[in-house]
Design a protein around this ligand. Structure first.
Ligand code: NAD
Length: 272
């Protein structure tokens, strides 16, 4: 895409916490234009007077948003619906929703063959750097260091552990040659006995208005390392989603893209 060309954006989940932040940033930044808004019937009334086409699902807007990129932060079921419509109409789609089942992720990979499709459980630069660096740390420390994680989020978050914790956990497991579903422990209670060597604990804390904190512990003989990422606001995620949309606008369908695919380009954009 030419540097000066504006990217037209449709926001699905437009009245949600992330949706509202994405709309605000898109209005502030000169590279973007809001082309459409989608949310549930119950919340649509608030969107009808804003001068931007609004609808209950992407299908209703598909004809008028040709050339736009859709950004969806909703629920797994709603995002699957959006992805199916996007695949039929060949509309590029960035998904930030978390909590997908393995079957839903497999369907997303399939739909990515028909339209440019992007999914990332965390759109922040910091977490995506951690996704690269944590496996190196795990390998450098070696098998004597147990790996555990605690994540904290606001009390209205629907899924646990967070999508980010699962993504970080997958990388840690891979670094040891394990599969996360086989080694994840997300509850300890009662006479649990000694901790198995092949285990990664991921515990979820919920409350207040915490945007997102992830701490990974490497617990070894006589010492431990703690690596913490703290999201201070949703702006970081929303900015990442908009950069992903701009990146996706010029991509062909093929495979399910993620933040890491855009990563080197973003480092350039940040002047690194
Ligand atoms: P939220 O509950 O505040 O907003 C969700 C919005 O989706 C609501 O406005 C709701 O009305 C709308 N919605 C639900 N079902 C719908 C449907 N069928 N059609 C249209 N709209 C529908 O939630 P949130 O805090 O904005 O988070 C949304 C998702 O994004 C969650 O899965 C969360 O974990 C994830 N998230 C991801 C990142 C990231 O970086 N990838 C960051 C923050 C949140």
């Amino acid at each position: 895409m030419a540097g000066s060309e504006k990217t037209r954006i449709v926001v699905v989940g437009a009245e949600g916490r992330m949706g509202r932040m994405i709309r605000r940033l898109a209005e502030e930044e000169e590279n973007f234009v809001l082309a459409g808004l989608v949310d549930r019937e119950e919340t649509l009334a608030g969107l009808k007077d804003c001068g931007i086409p609004a609808a209950r699902d992407l299908e209703e807007l598909a004809a008028e948003v040709s050339g736009a990129v859709v950004i969806d932060f909703t629920t797994p079921e709603a995002s699957m619906g959006t992805a199916r419509i996007a695949a039929v109409h060949r509309i590029p789609l960035v998904i930030g929703t978390t909590g997908f089942s393995e079957a839903q992720k497999a369907e997303l990979r399939e739909l990515a063959r028909k339209t440019p499709l992007f999914w990332s459980a965390n759109m922040s630069v910091g977490v995506n750097v951690l996704l690269r660096l944590l496996p190196e740390l795990a390998r450098a420390l070696g098998p004597a260091y147990d790996m555990e994680m605690v994540e904290i989020h606001h009390g209205r978050k629907k899924d646990a552990p967070s999508g980010t914790a699962l993504a970080l956990g997958e990388r840690l497991a891979e670094a040891r040659g394990w599969a996360l579903p086989e080694v994840r422990c997300s509850a300890r209670d009662g006479m649990i006995g000694a901790r198995p060597h092949a285990e990664i604990g991921i515990q979820a804390v919920r409350g207040g208005d915490v945007v997102g904190v992830h701490t990974v512990y490497f617990l070894g003989p006589g010492e431990r390392i703690e690596v913490t990422h703290q999201a201070h606001s949703r702006e970081n995620f929303a900015g990442g989603a908009l950069r992903a949309a701009r990146w996706l606008a010029t991509r062909a369908p093929g495979r399910l893209y993620s933040m890491e695919d855009t990563f080197d380009r973003q480092a350039d954009d940040r002047g690194n």
